[in-house]
Design a protein around this ligand. Structure first.
Ligand SMILES: Nc1ncnc2c1ncn2[C@@H]1O[C@H](COP(=O)(O)OP(=O)(O)OP(=O)(O)O)[C@@H](O)[C@H]1O
Length: 270
């Protein structure tokens, strides 16, 4: 499913967080969104998921504006891995992940779904949390909760997968596992993936395209070996550093050195 963002502007208050953002992500593409804290990455994902309404501009899924789709229709098309889990006391991992199937069921979620067990088990397995199925959410570690968030998003089986910092709280092994699962899912199911990542090396290795935001706009957009440069480190992150090629994975790797300037977090000073 193709995601198109056209001339998108959004403000929470007076100052726009995003202004005039244009972005087209083709069906089956894996795009990493980069940028400094507070530059609007999560906001952009929320706008694509229809959780926020643009001040100006439009988001289209396969050419259909989000405004023409119901909440359930959007949820069948777009799954989101959020930065947090819903605070429902006493809820177990399995109960939560089963809820990921909600958009696939009938009106009010009342209709029986024959494959619900299979899809729930598959999502738990893919995210590596089958052993946590009976655990209550509040008792999980940060990394365990993170993988449950992935299971919840995967269970939805939507053609567009939006991931907001999917590797936060994870040790290095689990970071690689999660990104590998996402890459494999994308290949197996033809998913369109947009992931906010802070680890530039991971973005360069796992995504086929990098979009860097700065000042509320798209500052750089292209394949990792073209976008990840010392100039990007300086202009987007305010860091002096080198970039070398990892020949094994054929992807650029950053060697950040020191801060050089304060990068621009929101619009108005780009
Ligand atoms: N609900 C809200 N109300 C008001 N301002 C908000 C709200 N949510 C986010 N903001 C502000 O909008 C800006 C963009 O926030 P956003 O969460 O999209 O940034 P981000 O790039 O995802 O940041 P991070 O890398 O720190 O997660 C920030 O300045 C933030 O403080």
């Amino acid at each position: 499913m193709t995601v198109q963002v056209r001339d998108l502007t959004f403000s929470y208050g007076r100052e726009p967080v995003l202004s005039g953002v244009d972005l087209t992500v083709a069906s089956g593409e894996f795009v990493a969104l980069l940028g400094v804290n507070g530059c609007g990455k999560s906001t952009l994902l929320k706008l694509i998921a229809g959780l926020l309404t643009p001040t100006e501009g439009v988001v289209l899924l396969d050419g259909i504006p989000l405004s023409g789709l119901s909440r359930r229709q959007i949820a069948r098309r777009v799954a989101v891995l959020h930065q947090s889990l819903p605070p429902v006391p006493g809820l177990t991992v399995e109960q939560l992940v089963r809820q990921g199937r909600y958009p696939a069921r009938g009106p009010l979620g009342m209709l029986w779904e024959p494959d619900a067990d299979h899809h729930t088990e598959e999502a738990l397995d893919l995210a590596g949390v089958t052993h946590l199925a009976g655990r209550v959410l509040d008792t999980l570690s940060g990394g365990e909760r993170q993988r449950v968030r992935l299971a919840l998003a995967v269970a939805q089986r939507a053609p567009v997968l939006l991931l907001d910092e999917p590797t936060a709280h994870l040790d290095i092994r689990h970071q690689l596992e999660v990104l590998t699962v996402v890459r494999e899912l994308r290949a197996a199911r033809g998913l369109t993936v947009i992931a906010v990542l802070h680890e530039i090396d991971h973005a360069a290795r796992f995504a086929e395209r990098i979009v860097a935001l700065r000042g509320g706009r798209v500052h750089a957009d292209g394949p990792p070996d073209r976008v990840v440069t010392p100039r990007l480190l300086a202009e987007v992150f305010g860091v002096a550093g080198r970039v070398v090629m990892d020949e094994l994975h054929r992807s650029p790797r950053c060697l950040p050195d020191h801060p050089v300037a304060t990068p621009v977090a929101a619009s108005g000073g780009a």
